[in-house]
Every structure is written in structure tokens, then in C-alpha cells.
Design a protein around this ligand. Structure first.
Ligand code: COI
Length: 357
């Protein structure tokens, strides 16, 4: 029997779980979700777990017009011993706090947030898949519910957490992806919202994403919004390159998302003795390094994507192949180490994991 800090309404109609073949990424949702309301004067109130299902919103709900919303993404992993663990939930909770601050959304108590994650995952524990390379993706998000036409920070919000059993984010799995550098649209600018996980950043990325996809690329690699010169991120992941033996990654300049997997990889790479440079990296420097054979490896990092090799970069009509379109040794080592900690097959010396069950 579950003892909970929150009132729990159990579903009367359990959902059908997908088979391994059906699962994919983000298509199926577990039985329950966590909800909590905010109203001005009252603060956050009524935390509860209820069956997953549709919401009722007024057409004038402010999020639908002014996009006052932020989200997070983290995962729960089933270990071989059956225990379930989260990876660095404190980092996601902190990032959501930073995103909320930027978007004028009232902060959520961090202890309550962590308890909500643990209790929801515990309740729907049988939704955490156990096959290799699978996990339960957790999507916390908050949005303005106030019914009002007019631009101001809303006076009411809803915080929701739901979960989804997933396999790999890219159909390519751990095989290299093809990435297109976008030189027309920009995703974010410094002083804007690039560093926070708000829906608008993703909406702005769609046009270039559709164009890249139609041309056969997996994702867009964004340049900075001012000079349209410097590499920033992919949108679904941060990027890292091995150039002349050194690891180079775009610095966190305000328009790049501070990824939890990014931070974890940089920590491991420094522990392993690599020289890591967080700095401006122009597309020209990158393509010159690729053309002269000094770009040894490229990979993306993200909760959904984990560590994903980049096998080809496309810019201005030219293709640059990296490491013969094969996963490189540093990318493989990072993937093995990060996922080893996540799935509990190697010791978590860093204390990054939090047990839920
Ligand atoms: C994540 O990596 O968790 C994200 O939120 C990226 C999203 C495009 C799935």
C-alpha cells in the first residue's frame, strides 16, 4: 500500500502498456499524473495525484496566447536489481526554478517537487521498462491558467508531472545522426529565453527543423542569434567536439540551455584528464577543422538523446563527414559511463542517482 504525502486518486481504467516494438519515444503515457495549482494570494496548493487524462482550460487561458510556460525532462531507470532511480533530479529542479524566474512563474518548493517525482514514479513503477536502453521519461511542466486577455504575469498556474515509457529518442539509436547548420532562422538570443526550457524556444525552432527533416537531416545545429556565426546547440541536445585532442563546447552564454547531461559529461571528461574548452566556436572554425581532418569526433548530449554521435554536419551546400560516420571512442566512453550510472551497472561515485523504490 502506498503511503503518500499527497491525496491519490487511483485510475479505474488502467491504460494498456506498449510493447517494446510500439514504445518509441513520447507516444505512450503512464496511468497517473501529479497536479498542483497556484493562485495569487493562496500560493501553491492542492498537490495531488490523479489518473492521467485531459484537462479543462478556458480558451482565454493566458498560456495559449502569451506562452507563459516552462518544462523539464528527466528520466527514471530500472536497475538490474529491480530498484528504480532518478538521474540528478536536483539539477532539473534547479533549472526549472531558473526557467520559472525568467518567465515570472512562482517558484515551486524543491522538497515537494522531489517528493512528487518519487511518489508518481513509485505509484507507476510497473511503467518503468526493463529492456536495455529504455527508461521512464518524466515531463514536469507549469503554465499560466488565468483566463484573461492582456499581457502580464498570470495570477494562476497549473504544475503537472506525467511520465512516459521510452526507448531511444532518435530512430538512429546510438548510430550517428546527420545535422544541418541553420543560417537563416535563429533559435534564441542572449537576454531572451534561450537558457530556459520554455515552449517558445521550441516553437521558434520548428521551421528550420521541418526544412532539415525534409532534406534528410535528423536535427538543426543552431548558430548564435546576433552574429549568426557561432555554434550554440541542437535544440534537443547540447553539442561537443573533439578537435586536435581537445574537447570544445559552446560556453553557456545565456542563449544555450544548461544541459544536465552536458554538465555531467564535462565533469567526467575533466576527471578523465581531457582539456575541456567552453568557449565561442565559430561554424567556420568547425568546418575548417572538419575539412582538414582535425575534427576527430562530434556528439550531442541531452536527457532524451543521452549521448548521441554526430556523423555528418551540413553547411551552405557542403557535407562534412566526421570519424567516417562512426561513433568515436570518447563518445562511446561517455555513453557507456553515463548510461552505466543511470542503469546502475557501474558504481555511482558522483552521487548523481536518487533511489525511488
Ligand atoms: C530532453 O532532452 O529531455 C528534452 O526536453 C528535449 C526534448 C526535445 C525532448
Amino acid at each position: 500500500m502506498l503511503t503518500s504525502n499527497f491525496p491519490v486518486t487511483l485510475t479505474k481504467t488502467p491504460r494498456v502498456k506498449p510493447t517494446a516494438e510500439e514504445r518509441g519515444f513520447g507516444k505512450y503515457f503512464s496511468d497517473h499524473m501529479f497536479l498542483m495549482n497556484y493562485d495569487k494570494g493562496q500560493g501553491w496548493h492542492d498537490p495531488r495525484i490523479v489518473p492521467y487524462g485531459p484537462l479543462t482550460l478556458e480558451p482565454s487561458a493566458m498560456v495559449l496566447h502569451y506562452a507563459q510556460t516552462v518544462f523539464e525532462g528527466l528520466k527514471a531507470y530500472r536497475r538490474a536489481d529491480g530498484h528504480i532511480q532518478l538521474f540528478r533530479p536536483d539539477a532539473n529542479i534547479q533549472r526549472m526554478k531558473d526557467s520559472c524566474e525568467r518567465m515570472c512563474i512562482p517558484a515551486i518548493d524543491e522538497t515537494l517537487y522531489l517528493n512528487a517525482l518519487k511518489e508518481l514514479v513509485t505509484l507507476d513503477a510497473d511503467w518503468v521498462p526493463s529492456e536495455p536502453e529504455t527508461s521512464l521519461y518524466i515531463r514536469p511542466f507549469v503554465f499560466a491558467t488565468e483566463a484573461h486577455v492582456g499581457v502580464h504575469a498570470a495570477h494562476s498556474y497549473l504544475f503537472i508531472i506525467f511520465t512516459s515509457p521510452v526507448g531511444s529518442y532518435y530512430p538512429e539509436g546510438i548510430n550517428p545522426v546527420r545535422i544541418m547548420i541553420e543560417s537563416r532562422d535563429v533559435r534564441a538570443v542572449r537576454g531572451g529565453t534561450g537558457y530556459c526550457k520554455c515552449g517558445g524556444n521550441y516553437a521558434a525552432s520548428l521551421r528550420a527543423g521541418e526544412k532539415a527533416s525534409a532534406a534528410g537531416f535528423t536535427q538543426v545545429l543552431w548558430l548564435d542569434g546576433v552574429h549568426q556565426k557561432y555554434i550554440e546547440e541542437v535544440g534537443s541536445m547540447n553539442v561537443m567536439f573533439k578537435i586536435d585532442g581537445r574537447i570544445v563546447t559552446p560556453e553557456l552564454n545565456g542563449s544555450v540551455l544548461p544541459g544536465v547531461t552536458r554538465r555531467s559529461c564535462l565533469e567526467l571528461l575533466r576527471d578523465w584528464g581531457y582539456e575541456v574548452e567552453e568557449r565561442l566556436l565559430s561554424a567556420q572554425e568547425l568546418t575548417e577543422a572538419a575539412a582538414s581532418g582535425r575534427l576527430e569526433e562530434a556528439w550531442g548530449t541531452g536527457t532524451a538523446a543521452v549521448v548521441s554521435p554526430i556523423g555528418e554536419i551540413f553547411l551552405d551546400g557542403k557535407d562534412y563527414r566526421i570519424n567516417d560516420f562512426k561513433i568515436g571512442p570518447v563518445t562511446q566512453r561517455l555513453y557507456d559511463h553515463i548510461t552505466g550510472i543511470q542503469w546502475g551497472t557501474i558504481p555511482d561515485d558522483k552521487n548523481w542517482t536518487v533511489l525511488v523504490k
